[in-house]
Every structure is written in C-alpha cells, then in structure tokens.
Design a protein around this ligand. Structure first.
Ligand code: EPZ
Length: 422
C-alpha cells in the first residue's frame, strides 16, 4: 500500500488548481443510464471513485472511457438495453454507487443493486432513497444483501414526497428517477448542496424539466425520453476548501484557482474568524495564514452550513489555535476517527459524542499515522504539512478516492511531500 511522506514546516506559497467535483461527477456520470447514446462529461476528476462508477456502468453494459486528448473528459456510450445490476464487489468500495438505483428503475423498470453496508463515518442508511422510490411506484424488496426493484407497468409515477432528513445522494437519486416518471413529482426537504444543483443542470440539458433546485422543494415534470449528456462538472468545493485550510496555516499564502466563493461562504467565514486573510482574486480565492490562528467554534450542517466534509481539515487548523474551540458534528454520528491520529501528532482534543473540544497547541510533531476515511486522510496531510519532523500517512487509498494526486498539487507550493509507492 502506498504511503505519503511529509517533512513539515515548509511554508506554502503559490497557486493550486482545483479539479472537478467528485461528488458532482459521480451522480452526473450515473445519469448517463437515463438515455441511450453517446454522453460526454467534462471536468471529471481522475479518482478511484470515478473509476468505480465507470466499472459500474461497464457492468451494466455501457462503455466508459477517458476522451483521448482531453483527459478530464469522460465518454459514456449507453446501449438500448442494459444489465440493471450493481454488484456487491463494486458497491462495497463506494457507497455513492447507490445513485444508479433511481436511473435504472426509471429507464428499465427494474434494478438489482447491492446494499452499501457499514462505513467508517457512521451507519449511513439508504432508507430515504428507498421510501421515495417506493412512493414513485417502485416495488422494492431486500434479498441476500441486494435491493431488488421492479416497477409495475414499467414506468414510475409522479408523486409528492417529503424526505424525513436532508440527504444529498437521496435527493439526487430520486430527482433522476422522477425525470422519466409519468406526471409531476414534488420533493420536499431536499438537499441544497451545489452538487445537487449541478446534477439538475446536467439533467435539464438532457431535456429534463426540473424547477426549484437549490431550495428545499424540487418539482420535476416527467418526460418520455432524455437526450445524452453534455456537461461540465463544477469545481470541487471540498478539495478547494482543503487547500484553503492549507493556506490558512501559519506562515502560508495560497491562491486556490477555480474555487467558487459562493460554494464556500461558511468555510471562508470561519477561516476569517481564525484571523486568516481570505480575498477573492480573479478566478479563485487567496488565503494568507498570519500567525497563530484564533479559536472558533464550528458546527457542521447541510449546505449552506459548514460542510461535514471540511470538519476534519478545519480541526487541524484549530488544533494549532491560541485557545480552545468546540467542533460539533451534526451530520454523521461517527466522524471523529481522525482525532486519535491527530493526538498522535500532539493535538489536544477531547471527544464527547458529537462534540470535540480542541485545545490549541503551539505546534504538532510528525509521526506515523493511519488514514481512516477520505477527509480524515486530507486532515492528516494538512497536519503533517504544519508539524515539525516527518509524518507518514498510511492507507493512502482513502485519500486517492477523493483527491487527484494531492502530493503533486502541493509540491509546487513548496510542500516537502512525496508518495512512496508500495
Ligand atoms: C454525500 O453523502 C457525500 N457523498 C458525502 O461526501 C457527504 O459527507 C454527505 O453527502 C453530506 O454532505 C456524495 O455526494 C457521493 P447524506 P450522502 O445522505 O449522500 C442520513 C466525501 O467525503 N441518511 O446527505 O451519503 C445519513 O446517515 C463524502 O466525499 C439517512 O438517515 O450523505 C447522514 O447522517 C463522505 N437515510 C445524513 O442523512 C438516508 O436514506 C446525511 O447523509 C440517507 C441519509
């Protein structure tokens, strides 16, 4: 297994460019199942999760390949009929695989999709996806670890459904399903994340009729058929946010090109509260970390609140603050796995349920650490960059699920970081 080795303490200066958003690209690529023909999606990051989505589509009978000469673009060819199955071996490596369920039911009236199972950051059920798809007329049963779906009459029917809980992939799954349903669907208590909005934009370009995205109520008028996709994915606000936190660490000055300020307001507000200077520059954001951060309290929440996917990275900055901060994780029940590893680097953090109290220390000290999930790994890299001595991050495959060659993006900024290939 690969390792990332970081010799901390080198100041970071310069510009880093953000890739396309993983969490937007995954559902957008899955939307190719909704229409026969040749699809093109651009600004798709080359990540393990995207390759898994490619394998899922290939298992269904589609072709999925990078476009020669334009490596950030992906071409998908969807045949007239597909094998409507997502097998366990693929789904277990990526929970987002469940977003193929809605498109398969909508287009083929049947699906066999493995249940995702447990996850390092919490139980993560998919009950809301299933309830909403049942409300659209799908008959769903659970057998041998799989969701078996069948649509009597072959076509979903528009309905009104209220999610009990805001769910990002749930909203995406059901919105995709409703695009081909008969009649109008009204979804209440929808997620408002930019990735949901980006997927809706892609679907509208395919001929879907969708209103209200970016609010809690989405209205979809079903159409008989959709055209192939032709879409550019939005920049990754979490990758951008990770680099912004890197810039806010003491002594750094980083410009994140491609960062969209409208997607990152909560983070920018918190970074400013720590004393970092964040300014909008043409095409991105610049952050200067001036001296020791001030402590701030952070509470994660669905968009436009502070993203749970930025909680671990923000904790690193606060671990170096001049005072104590309280971080409350409200989205996932078990998303403090990084704390034990940060403690190994000398951070002083006490966790009680959903709350972490972070007592800032003047400096961290490098050590071997183990990544537990994607954003936890990013936090460990940030911690390693600011720690004294060498930090060795193991289980880098978590990092590679969501960050495109993070070490090659950080090296030009002056980071002493390298990958040791096993
Ligand atoms: C998406 O996951 C993201 N993944 C996650 O990013 C992100 O952390 C999360 O949204 C929250 O922003 C993708 O977009 C591929 P949810 P998702 O359904 O959709 C509960 C990363 O690091 N819930 O919005 O799976 C759930 O347990 C990842 O890139 C139910 O109870 O998250 C959680 O507590 C990790 N029943 C809350 O809702 C359901 O049916 C929000 O989860 C669905 C969700």
């Amino acid at each position: 297994m690969d390792k990332i080795l970081i010799e901390g303490g080198a100041p970071l200066r310069g510009t880093v460019h953000v890739s396309g958003a993983k969490n937007a690209a995954l559902p957008v690529v899955a939307a190719a199942l909704l229409a026969e023909g040749d699809h093109v999606v651009r600004n798709v990051p080359d990540l393990a999760d995207v390759r898994t989505m490619g394998r899922l589509l290939a298992h269904a009978g589609c072709t999925f390949e990078r476009v020669a000469g334009s490596p950030s673009a992906v071409a998908v060819r969807t045949p007239r009929t597909v094998n409507p199955e997502a097998p366990y071996d693929l789904v277990r490596t990526m929970r987002a695989s469940v977003v193929v369920l809605g498109p398969l039911l909508a287009r083929w009236g049947q699906a066999r999709v493995s249940l995702p199972g447990g996850c390092a950051i919490g139980a993560r059920p998919i009950d809301q996806h299933l309830k909403a798809l049942a409300a659209l007329g799908a008959e769903l049963t659970l057998e041998h670890g799989y969701v078996l779906g069948r649509v009597p009459g072959g076509r979903l029917r528009g309905t009104t459904f209220t999610f009990d809980k805001e769910t990002v992939t749930g909203t995406e799954n059901v919105m995709m399903a409703a695009t081909l349903a008969e009649g109008r669907t009204v979804l209440e208590n929808c997620a408002r994340e930019p990735e949901v909005v980006d997927l809706a934009a892609a679907l509208v370009r395919m001929g879907a009729r969708i209103e209200g995205v970016g609010t809690h109520q989405i209205r979809i008028d079903g159409v008989d058929a959709l055209r192939p996709l032709d879409h550019d994915v939005i920049p990754d606000r979490i990758e951008a946010g990770t680099f912004l936190v890197a810039g806010a660490l003491p002594g750094n000055d980083v410009t994140v090109s491609g960062a969209l300020p409208a997607h990152m307001e909560s983070l920018v507000e918190k970074l400013r509260a720590t004393g970092a200077t964040v300014t909008e520059v043409p095409g991105g954001l610049r952050v200067v970390g001036d001296g020791r951060p001030r402590p701030v309290d952070v509470r994660t929440a669905p968009f436009p609140g502070f993203a749970t996917d930025m909680q671990a990275q923000m904790m690193v900055l606060l671990a170096l603050a001049d005072g104590s901060s309280v971080i409350t994780e409200t989205v996932f029940e078990n998303r403090f796995m990084h704390v034990l590893e940060l403690q190994r680097l000398g951070a002083e953090i006490a966790v009680d349920g959903k709350v972490a109290v972070v007592k800032g220390v003047p400096c961290l000290s490098g050590a071997p650490v183990m990544a537990s999930d994607l954003r936890a790994s990013a936090a460990l890299v940030l911690a390693g960059l600011s720690a004294q001595g060498v930090t060795e991050v193991r289980r880098v495959y978590h990092l590679d699920r969501g960050y495109e060659r993070i070490e090659s993006k950080l090296q030009p900024l002056g980071a002493r970081i390298r990958r040791e290939v096993a």
